[in-house]
Design a protein around this ligand. Structure first.
Ligand SMILES: [Fe+2]
Length: 285
């Protein structure tokens, strides 16, 4: 059977991708605000290379770049063999499409739907900065590992409950383990940390909340789940709601998973961080 070997929670922001392109992926210096993020993602890149997964499942949210308010699913899964990049208004970036796996996508769809997660099944899922902003920091191009993207609504009320997102991660682990064949799977959840990009509180953030969240997630998920998403929005800005997506990464792992790396910084507008955990079978010798 396939197995989950590790999980990564990681931030995304549009500016993260723009800064990557401006610095030509590290060939040039990053701006002083963003150099710490590039440096802080080097251990993540090394860890992904060390783990050498056969497949990745990425839980993210679309920012009205593919889905629209006219038809916005709470849960959606990509089942194509390739996912295009959405143009977010500044033109397409020089990135290849995201590689997918129809076989994995259909398998996970079937298993999740049979376990009462009613996914919108998407063959032509366009992907925005929710995945493309951080991906080049942790994977060299052309992206070598097929991905099953799972989009969760973090944009339009009503949002899914935190417990529902945590349950999705648990169901995902079962679905992965039901896949025939000896494949190693890395589960990644991505959501912006504290930030607010609209309204009277534009620009507010809470770096203390971000680092506290990174400390709590590995071993105190039950306590985090008692906090309403609206409370994260109050403390960290409206878009801090996306932190709830990270729960699915934690519950896709066993209780015995351990922290391999944790890092946070605050480049501009949005808190940025990483939490990387691995299963005991993957601990460095
Ligand atoms: Fe986001």
């Amino acid at each position: 059977m396939a197995r989950v070997i590790g999980g990564i929670g990681i931030s995304h922001t549009p500016s993260m991708g723009i800064e990557y392109d401006s610095a030509e992926g590290g060939a040039l210096a990053f701006t002083p605000e963003w150099q710490p993020w590039f440096d802080g993602t080097r251990p993540v890149r090394d860890l992904v290379a060390e783990l050498d997964p056969d497949h990745m499942v990425v839980i993210y949210n679309d920012h009205l770049n593919y889905f629209t308010l006219d038809n916005y699913p709470t849960l959606a899964i990509g089942v194509g063999n390739e996912f295009p990049q959405m143009d977010e208004g500044w033109g397409p970036r020089a990135l290849p499409p995201l590689p997918g796996s129809h076989e994995w996508g259909i398998h996970l769809s079937r298993h999740l739907i049979e376990n009462n997660f009613d996914m919108a099944v998407c063959h032509d899922l366009g992907i925005d900065h929710g995945i493309f902003s951080w991906l080049p920091y942790v994977l060299d191009r052309p992206f070598p590992i097929p991905v099953t993207p799972i989009a969760v609504n973090m944009i339009r009320e009503p949002l899914p409950r935190p417990q529902r997102i945590a349950a999705l991660g648990s169901a995902l682990r079962q679905a992965i383990e039901a896949y025939p064949g000896d494949q190693r799977v890395l589960v990644i959840a991505t959501g912006g940390m504290s930030h607010q990009i609209s309204g009277a509180r534009f620009g507010m953030a809470n770096a203390d909340l971000d680092s506290w969240f990174l400390d709590q997630l590995p071993d105190h998920l039950d306590e985090l789940l008692k906090i309403e998403i609206s409370e994260f929005m109050r403390l960290g800005g409206t878009e801090a709601a996306e932190l709830a997506l990270w729960y699915a990464m934690r519950t896709a792992l066993s209780d015995n998973a351990t922290v391999r790396y944790s890092f946070s910084t605050f480049p501009k507008i949005t808190g940025c961080g990483v939490l990387a955990m691995t299963e005991p079978t993957e601990e460095k010798q």
